[in-house]
Design a protein around this ligand. Structure first.
Ligand code: PEP
Length: 253
């Protein structure tokens, strides 16, 4: 049985004070949630304060991005060892906003995933198609390429330490969620692709999250799909009560 994983991506929102209050509220509500892996990804300058707020709780810290070199003359970048030092357990790699707003390539994303694994943290490899790609029936093509390229060179053992987030770009921050069936269809396709790349055992062990306008009122249906092992949450993770309800999803049998 794959352990569920729920991650909040705070993006570039809020003040330091608001981030600390959000973290404290999440810790208060989720202090005894034992059966789900939970993490929050604040902006870089807030990592240490959020780390202090969530100390001694099941809530883990994540980063929204990283650079693949461990150190050096890379002005403005943050390395995996630095994130580890700051207390991070997870790092988002290739979020669609980085791919499509900041121009990150599959090759960059691959280097980031490899660097995060080498540093002993968990990469969350984000994959997903844009609206025009879905309309051209190119979803599988795009998602296959994101998975194959992002995980190229990994052993089947390493692959099992990656979390993959399927985030259709047309559903991020738009209020449009993929239906549970649409999410399941792509998740099943990703698992099939992973089986071809890393073997059936590894494919069954890798955790797949759905992301894209996940809210308290749609999380239960999404999490009831057999290949949806967790959710990556943007907007709704900025509200303590919404994120709490999402983390306490109820699977329908
Ligand atoms: C995200 O930031 O990864 C995301 C899915 O955002 P939202 O939940 O707001 O669509």
């Amino acid at each position: 049985m794959r352990r569920p994983v729920v991650i909040g991506n705070w993006k570039m929102h809020g003040s330091l004070k608001e981030a600390a209050a959000l973290a404290a509220g999440i810790k208060r509500n989720l202090f005894d949630l034992a059966e789900v892996d939970i993490a929050v990804c604040p902006p870089f300058p807030y990592l240490l304060d959020v780390r202090d707020e969530i100390e001694n709780s099941p809530v883990r810290l994540g980063a929204q991005d990283c650079y693949w070199e461990p150190k050096g003359a890379f002005t403005g970048e943050v390395s995996v060892p630095m994130l580890k030092d700051a207390g991070c357990a997870y790092v988002l790699c290739g979020h669609s906003e980085r791919r499509h707003v900041l121009g990150e390539s599959n090759e960059w994303v691959r280097k980031k995933v490899a660097a995060v694994l080498a540093g002993g943290l968990t990469p969350v490899l984000c994959v997903g198609e844009k609206l025009d790609e879905r309309e051209r029936w190119a979803t599988e093509h795009v998602v296959r390429e994101h998975v194959e390229e992002g995980m190229r060179g990994l052993s089947s053992q390493q692959a099992q330490d990656v979390v993959i987030a399927y985030e259709p770009v047309w559903a991020i921050g738009t209020g449009k969620t993929a239906t549970p069936d649409q999410a399941q269809e792509v998740h099943a396709f990703i698992r099939k692709t992973l089986g071809r790349l890393f073997g059936e055992g590894a494919a069954q062990a890798i955790r797949l999250q759905y992301g894209g306008s996940v809210k308290p009122d749609n999380v239960d249906d999404l999490m009831s799909q057999p290949d949806v092992d967790g959710v990556l949450v943007g907007g709704a993770s900025l509200d303590v009560e919404s994120f709490t309800r999402i983390a306490k999803f109820r699977r329908k049998t």
